[in-house]
Design a protein around this ligand. Structure first.
Ligand SMILES: [Zn+2]
Length: 424
């Protein structure tokens, strides 16, 4: 076999140009590389190293089997975030790109200078998998060129969103809403104790919890505000709005209207969703669980004490409290409802002092839980609060807990009474 034939055969196997392969083969032979070794080396070059240039693709055509692509697209969102990457702090830009065929998420590992709304051509964007979908990676071997002609896309450009539409994974979003709750909290963060500010924000579409990692005091209850560049993460099954050092907070001089009505959900739907924020469920109390009624908490950490001992702090002088853990079932599923002192006191029909005095008289703390048990088990209640799901099951942190207006039979009887009263 002569060198032309060898080159032609190799070129056709690799899908390359025969003249180009022949030149490379001759180069290697000139350095006295044996022919088989030379062919092997050329094969490796074109198959293993992905030396083939990236293909230009429509976004809809990008799959996880692409290693890198070129795309021309509109920047829908561009959110900035500081992350820890391999031990170093790094500022990244994340969001979504779109063309007329589809949209895709991206992470830029350096600032290429584009902002939301720009039309760009990205050269050699890496493709990796992120939550079962392809994602573009713009790194130091990528190039970004601004395009003069805007790329038309059937998507919302810029990231302005209604709160109800926010989903975990969203980046670079802009919302306007009214602060319904806000308080500072100290958490044990990566860099030791950190002050954060968290609360609830609402607009006409709904409400969600937020956390400001900068603890800005002007995010105060009752204020109408605009947050530019927030990112959404899941926390206890619920989307949470996160404000970073890159989030711009602007006070609005108009009042944003807020939809304050909780959505009525079945327990099964709330559990299937992995959790739900500020919803309403209606179900029967099946059981009042252990650890309800009069309890003692650790003064250090607030954990409930078992035999005057805290799981973290050992024997401590406990602080009295009241709570209820009730199993509520609506026919589709069940949750453990957690009621705080004030809701428990209402169910009990007396203050904590009255509960303590009843316990002293009976020489048994359990009488308080027993009284609650007699009153509520078997009855139907409407609960408003947050549902979260973890390895121990589903629980509902109740903000409101009130009996529904009797059973269906009682309602019918009441209606008949009313009609009779009119007739007579
Ligand atoms: Zn403790």
């Amino acid at each position: 076999m002569n060198i032309d034939e060898e080159a032609e055969e190799l070129a056709s196997a690799l899908g390359r140009d025969a003249e180009e392969i022949k030149a490379e083969l001759e180069d290697l032979l000139a350095y006295s590389v044996p022919i088989e070794e030379a062919k092997q080396s050329i094969r490796r070059k074109y198959t293993d190293t992905g030396a083939a240039p990236p293909e230009s693709k429509n976004i809809a055509a990008i799959t996880m089997s692409d290693s890198s692509v070129n795309v021309t697209a509109r920047v829908l969102t561009a959110g900035k975030r500081r992350i820890q990457y391999q031990g170093d702090e790094q500022v990244i830009i994340e969001g979504r790109l779109a063309d007329e065929t589809s949209d895709i998420s991206y992470t830029a590992w350096e600032d290429f200078g584009f902002t939301a709304g720009d039309s760009i051509t990205v050269g050699n964007a890496g493709v990796r998998e992120w939550e079962d979908n392809p994602e573009l990676n713009l790194n130091q071997s990528s190039s970004v060129m601004l395009e003069d002609d805007p790329v038309d896309v059937p998507y919302n450009i810029g990231g302005e969103s209604d709160i109800v539409d926010l989903q975990p994974g969203n980046r670079g979003r802009i919302i306007a809403g009214r602060i319904l709750e806000a308080q500072n909290r100290t958490i044990d963060g990566r860099d030791g104790e950190t002050m954060i500010r968290s609360g609830v924000i609402g607009d006409e579409s709904g409400r969600l919890p937020f956390t400001d990692w900068q603890a800005r005091e002007r995010i105060a209850e009752g204020r109408s505000v605009r947050f530019e560049d927030v990112y959404i993460r899941e926390f206890r099954g619920v989307p949470q709005i996160n404000l970073s050092e890159f989030t711009a907070v602007e006070s609005l001089d108009r009042d944003v209207a807020v939809n304050d009505e909780p959505e009525r959900m079945s327990i099964d739907d709330a559990i299937t969703a992995g959790g739900a924020f500020d919803i309403e469920i209606v179900g029967n109390v099946l059981e009042i669980r252990e650890g309800s009624g009069l309890i003692e908490r650790c003064p250090e950490c607030g954990r409930v004490l078992q035999n005057s001992e805290c799981r973290a702090h050992g024997p401590v002088d406990g602080e009295d409290d009241m709570r209820v853990k009730a199993i509520v079932d609506d026919g589709t599923g069940a949750v453990t409802a957690i009621l705080d002192r004030s809701l428990t006191s209402t169910l009990y029909g007396g203050s904590m002092e009255e509960a303590k005095s009843a316990a002293r008289d009976a020489m048994d703390k359990a009488v308080v839980a027993d009284t609650i048990r007699e009153r509520v088990v078997g009855r139907e209640y409407c609960l408003r609060g947050n549902i979260s799901v973890d390895e121990y099951g589903a629980s509902a942190e109740a903000k409101e807990f009130s009996p529904t207006e009797g059973t269906a039979d009682e309602r019918a009887a009441q209606l008949i009474e009313e009609v009779r009263a009119w007739v007579v």
